[in-house]
Design a protein around this ligand. Sequence first.
Ligand code: C2O
Length: 535
Amino acid sequence: CRVRHYKFHVVAKNYTRLCSSKSIVTINGKFPGPTLYAREDDTVLVKVVNQVNHNVTIHWHGVRQLRTGWSDGPAYITQCPILPGQTYIYNFTLTGQRGTLLWHAHVNWLRSTVHGALVILPKRGVPYPFPKPDDELVVILGEWWISDTEAVINEALKSGLAPNVSDAHTINGHPGSVANCSIQDAYNLPVDSGKTYLLRIINAALNEELFFKIAGHKLTVVEVDATYVKPFKIDTIVIAPGQTTNVLLSADQKSGKYLVAASPFNDAPVTVDNLTATATLHYTGTLANSPTILTNPPPKNATQIANKFANSLKALNSKQYPANVPQTIDHSLFFTIGLGINPCPSCKAGNGSRAVAAINNVTFVMPTTALLQAHYFNIKGVFTTDFPSKPSHVYNYTGSPSNLNTTSGTKVYRLPYNATVQVVLQDTGVIAPESHPVHLHGFNFFVVGKGIGNYNATTDQSNFNLVDPVERNTIAVPTGGWVAIRFRADNPGVWFLHCHFEVHTTWGLKMAFLVDNGKGPNESLIPPPKDLPKC
Ligand code: C2O
């Protein structure tokens, strides 16, 4: 294995989209940012030089960070931000991981423009467990705001109201045919007839789950969140923010241009951006002015299409890549996730109240000292370890509201090293039920069960898949339903769990696990690096 060095200069640059220009924060002037390439078991060193007037951190979404929590990246959880003018070197090893992941800024809403792909190839000489593609393409889905995204969230926090939705979705940085002035710049995926391509699809959007499809072509899904799955063919995939999906695309037409569409999936009664981003699959030799073969994106509330995709996902579970699902559970947790409304005397627009979000009725309060430092150096008063293992009261979670107010605190849930954990994530209908893509740092987890309505421990648990459930790092909890996940706490440190809709994270839909050191020589957090930013 190699050591790979990368340099990330955080710089502002002007970009024009949807007929207007603005200055955005980028890495090395690129939007989307540069793709990082490495191989399984390589060590990656990324020197981040902050040359903008914003605090910055970078998160390597889905990288396990075994014992290296200092390089995980979420601001005030594992590190304090890299201040303007400062530098920090992220240093981590891709132990036993291969596939597509993403990296993104993890402070405020900066990830709207600061994100990119992390491609981890298998070890040299180790083939993919599927037919070798002729070529590979990275496809990053995103969102674009005409105004400054940080301003959008600051405005929302002041007023207590929901922030504005984005003005467009994007495919590799371009909205496509949504506006006349952006058609020319739509992204082109060039393909040769007869070849097979591995598309590494990433949802880097802030607040939207997306459907993705290509006219006239089926997709063979082979991997999600950098874990191999049993291959299956499908028309439309659905992908939540933070998730990645690798598909094989065989360019089995002779020639032509085919529409590539990314459109929102949201089956809850909330306002979403209803715009479809488009790109073109362009066979070599096809004239530029020949007509594009179109396809209709699914309606935004096409729950069956989303379910068809989600229910098809199974771990590959081969001899070489076994699914090591924990069969017995040491810590069984039940987390209600959802929104609430709390008093806010200063919120004029919200009539003295504001939207909040919570897990088990606790709205997480961001500390001003990073939790990992507080834990390592034993700094008192930063967090408490009383995060509840279940909500304070039982009610009809998916029915009408029973308690709008939440409590608040910086609470973590403590796990002994190597404990096995089950978390049932139950969506609630306190304001309205809504799908939440929940992301856990530091671990992959197995999605052992999923259902609609209220979770029932006696009947639902007997239907869990403990053989080949899909393994991921981000899971969309269905609107008005639940999912059950299992993982082994074999990574000491402090690990963030949160909704990957940035608006819900901002409102408090987040908590952290604190995993103790183990007794063995390789079971403890490494000491903090010398250049770790100070608070
Ligand atoms: Cu990709 Cu904590 O997030």
